[in-house]
Write a protein of this length. Structure first.
Length: 468
């Protein structure tokens, strides 16, 4: 370390960085001196895989016969980088999982923090690490995290956080390896980011953080939070990965909390992670969230009570959708909501409260578009729809229906025609590609409209009493 400091901090002479020379030195270097960890330098250590961070790649392979030693080929590491990793490994046991590379959460004390804060920070990390008395990793209670937004740590032998147990190794920054077991990289990123934000924002001061698959990152005081390697499917949800201020990170945390509540509302805790991943991907087009929620609801229950499901998901779902404003699906949802409102007021649905009966008038509209003939205009198609469904209601209602119901059905299909013409430009192939998504959104909008109708008499009675 003394030699490295004297080499890097040379006070009498100015150090000029030359990128071209550094690149040439790397290209022309002996393959055995190309580092798998750290920068290429003259001080290179050859280490077996167990002495290197999980997932460290090999820079140069040697020709070997089958059946060679499993620890070969050796990794090359800069001496200081290898020492830094070994010191970190002394303070925290890494999860014993070989099939997945860990993510690293880099937390730093805010710039200008008092020494007392460092003492509190060390004590907190030591207390959390003591959750696992055997000295292994700690994980979180997912149910309490998703439903109640509470961090409760518990011991785990395979997955979780490798927290430092030696306070003297913790200074202005700390590196916490995270491993989540047999999950894909996107889900691991979502879980790690949720945990990083909960920890970072837990105190009023806020801890700057970086989430990366790299052990070596440069923490910047100009950026509150940074995520490296966000897949394109999650960029709508997580943004560009650069959170300049604390408020930006709080917005992302609110989105992740909403998705967590939605996942536990429609799926069991054993399948909540899979549901959460589907919801996160659906955020690319927010209207798709309705279809994912309905699909998971039907997967868990054969005949679900959609009214109860809607009461659970309406608040977190609306909060999540508002955070994506401006909504590119504004006109689409406007016509769907208005049609659902007309259906709720006129009780335009089938003969029961089952899902298929509730969606019956809308599925009749989809069927008419699917079987649309080139020689039939939209006037003929929608006039036939109005007449056929009015006849259907007259047959299944106990006392029949009259002219008022006919006008309601006519208004209902006029709104759906506007949706078909203005949103989908009267193109059947474009509309039919969204039929499942539209049906799911319509069913939830119908539950919302019926709930509003039930609450109206109570509101009116309260207003009347106040007036008197």
């Amino acid at each position: 370390m003394i030699a490295a400091v004297s080499r890097m901090v040379n006070l009498p002479f100015a150090i000029r960085l030359n990128g071209a020379n550094d690149l040439n030195a790397y290209v022309e270097a002996n393959p055995r001196q190309r580092c798998s960890l750290g920068s290429t330098s003259t001080d290179i250590d050859e280490l077996i895989s167990d002495n290197m961070p999980p997932g460290t790649k090999v820079q140069a392979f040697s020709n070997r016969l089958p059946g060679g030693i499993s620890a070969e080929p050796k990794r090359q590491a800069d001496s200081i980088a290898a020492l830094a990793y070994q010191l970190m490994a002394v303070g925290a046991n890494f999860p014993n999982v070989n099939k997945q590379d860990p993510l690293y959460l880099h937390l730093a004390l805010p710039k200008g923090s008092a020494p007392e804060l460092l003492r509190i920070w060390r004590g907190l990390l030591k207390q959390l690490a003591a959750t696992n008395a055997e000295g292994g990793t700690v994980t979180i209670d997912e149910l309490k995290l998703y439903r109640d937004n509470q961090l409760e740590f518990k011991a785990n032998k395979v997955v979780g956080l490798a927290l430092p147990k030696r306070p003297d190794f913790v200074h202005t920054s700390v590196i916490i390896p995270l491993l989540w077991g047999d999950v894909n990289n996107s889900l691991a990123l979502l879980q790690s980011l949720r945990l990083a934000l909960e920890i970072s924002l837990s105190l009023d001061i806020g801890f700057p953080f970086t989430l990366s698959s790299n052990l070596e990152v440069e923490l910047s005081n100009d950026v509150y939070g940074r995520i490296e390697g966000i897949p394109s499917a999650l960029q709508t949800l997580l943004g560009n990965g650069q959170y300049q201020q604390r408020q930006d990170a709080e917005k992302i945390l609110e989105r992740l909390r909403c998705i967590g509540k939605l996942a536990t509302s429609v799926a069991s805790i054993q399948k909540a992670d899979d549901c959460l991943y589907d919801l996160a991907r659906a955020c690319v087009r927010s209207i798709e969230l309705y279809y994912v929620l309905l699909r998971w609801t039907l997967r868990e229950q054969d005949e679900p009570n959609l009214s109860v499901i809607w009461s659970r998901i309406c608040e977190p779902l609306n909060t999540l959708l508002e955070s994506f404003m401006p909504d590119e699906n504004l006109l689409l949802t406007k016509y769907l909501r208005e049609a659902a409102q007309v259906a709720a007021e006129g009780k335009i649905w089938g003969s029961s409260f089952k899902r298929t009966a509730q969606a019956e008038p809308f599925t009749a509209f989809i069927a008419a578009i699917r079987s649309q003939k080139p020689y039939l205009g939209l006037d003929v198609i929608f006039a036939a729809l109005v007449q056929q469904y009015h006849t259907r209601l007259d047959r299944i209602r106990e006392h029949g229906v009259g002219a008022t119901k006919y006008e309601q059905v006519k208004r209902y299909y006029e709104l759906l025609r506007k949706l078909y013409e203005e949103v989908y430009s009267a193109r059947p192939e474009k509309f039919l590609s969204d039929q499942k998504t539209l049906e799911a959104a319509y069913l939830f909008f119908l539950q919302e409209a019926r709930k509003q109708l039930k609450s109206q008499p109570e509101d009116e009675s309260v207003e009347t009493t106040t007036t008197v």
